[in-house]
Structures are given as C-alpha cells and as structure tokens.
Design a binder for this molecule. Structure first.
Ligand SMILES: *Cc1c(COP(=O)(O)O)cnc(C)c1O
Length: 224
C-alpha cells in the first residue's frame, strides 16, 4: 500500500467514525505523524493533499521541515524540554500539543514572536507515561497561560496507556472530554480542541470528541 492508499483508507475510516458519532467531518483534523520518516514520505503525503504534519522531536523537525514543501503546517506533538523551547517557539510549529508544566509555558511565551497556540497535555489515566500534567494541575496551567502574552491555550491533549484493544482507551478519551468541559466552566477559557487518538484507536477518540487525531504508522508504515 502506498502512502496515498493509506491516506485514502484513513479518510474513509474518519468519515465512518464521524458518521457513527453524528459529527461533521470538518470538525476532525488529521495530523499525519511523520516522526522517524524521511522528507520523501512527507512529500508523498503532501502530493496526496495532506497539509498538516506532526513531529515529536524538535531537532528532527528542524532538519526535516526545510526539505519539505513550504505550504505545509507542522505541529509539535512530543514531549518538550524547556531548553528546547526557544527553537520550538521560533515559528516552525503552528501548535504545540505537549505542554505540561508552568516552566515550559513561560519559556515558550518568552521566545514566541507571534501568538503560539498550545494544548495542555494531561495524563488522565495516571498510569503509563510520566508525561502530561495530572488532571488536578490543568486548571492552574490554564490560568498561567491566560496571563501569558503570546501563548494561547486552545484545548487538551492526551496519550492513554497503550492497549491493543481500542475500546479500553475509550474511558480515557471520555475523561479528557469531561475534564475539558469542567475546565471551561471553571476557568472561563474556551477549550475547543481535543487532541486524542492514534492509528490504533482514533475511531473511538472521534466518537468521544477528538478534534485532532494523530496518526503515524497507518499512514507511513511501522517504525523500527
Ligand atoms: C508517534 C505518535 C503518534 C502516532 O502514533 P501511531 O500509533 O504511529 O499512529 C501520535 N501521538 C504521539 C504523541 C506520538 O508520539
């Protein structure tokens, strides 16, 4: 299967999940996760019409993006250390999905030259990855972001613990949505975006309200 074939299949799956959930197709955006893959793969996906791409490492993105067409949009989806905040905020990324500390928010705000949309990464399950703030910390981070001049919080992101059964991820996706609803009430901050769902479980994430799904291996093939 070519990258074009894969993208067409993903599109069919997204449309079916939206239909199932009674949602509009336009409300779900596909982030094509090109981490570890060469610029040639990105170019192939771009030729198939894909515009939005996700990378998980600042340095890899920094070397790959100049080799790719200039009209593409890039999001940083992976863990970010404050010492990389300057590059991450330099304009190469249109959104950062993985902000999980006050230190990082303030560093991004210091270096961003133009408004920088971010998502707060929350570890809703409390298991697995150490990345992401706890649900209890999210409100405080949103308040910090609201006092920033460049950083703008647009919503929440999560990576549930890996499970081969996508239904097991459902509770985590629905918990992220419920947390978002509560934080909107508590902080008065609009949080329209929910970044959740990967190759294995994005249909379930769409049913639970995802607005960004992050899909890598089902588009570009497995990673070694
Ligand atoms: C790698 C990665 C993805 C994509 O995972 P696949 O299972 O290959 O679709 C999504 N989100 C994040 C944060 C990632 O690091």
């Amino acid at each position: 299967m070519s990258i074009l074939d894969n993208l067409q299949l993903i599109e069919t799956r997204i449309a079916a999940a939206c239909e199932q959930a009674g949602r509009k197709r336009g409300d779900v955006k596909l982030v094509a996760v090109s981490k570890t893959k060469p610029a040639d793969s990105v170019i192939e996906a771009a030729e198939a019409g894909q515009i939005l791409f996700g990378e998980n490492k600042v340095q890899e993105a920094q070397s790959k993006i100049p080799l790719c067409p200039g009209h593409l949009h890039w999001h940083l989806i992976g863990h970010l250390q404050s010492n990389k905040a300057r590059i991450a905020a330099s304009g190469i990324f249109r959104m950062i999905h993985s902000v999980d500390s006050e230190k990082l928010l303030l560093a991004l705000d210091e270096y961003a030259g133009v408004p920088l949309p971010v998502l707060i990464q929350v570890n809703v399950s409390g298991e697995g990855s150490k990345e992401g703030c706890s649900p209890d910390q999210a409100a405080a981070l949103i308040e910090v972001a609201n006092r920033c001049s460049k950083v703008e919080v647009h919503g929440l992101m999560t990576i549930p613990p890996f499970t081969p059964d996508p239904e097991k991820a459902r509770v985590h996706f629905s918990n992220l949505r419920k947390l978002r609803d509560r934080l909107q009430q508590e902080t008065g901050t609009p949080l329209p975006e929910l970044s959740m769902g990967m190759s294995n479980d994005f249909e379930v994430a769409i049913e639970e309200g995802a607005t960004y799904i992050r899909v890598g291996s089902d588009i570009f093939g497995g990673r070694s």
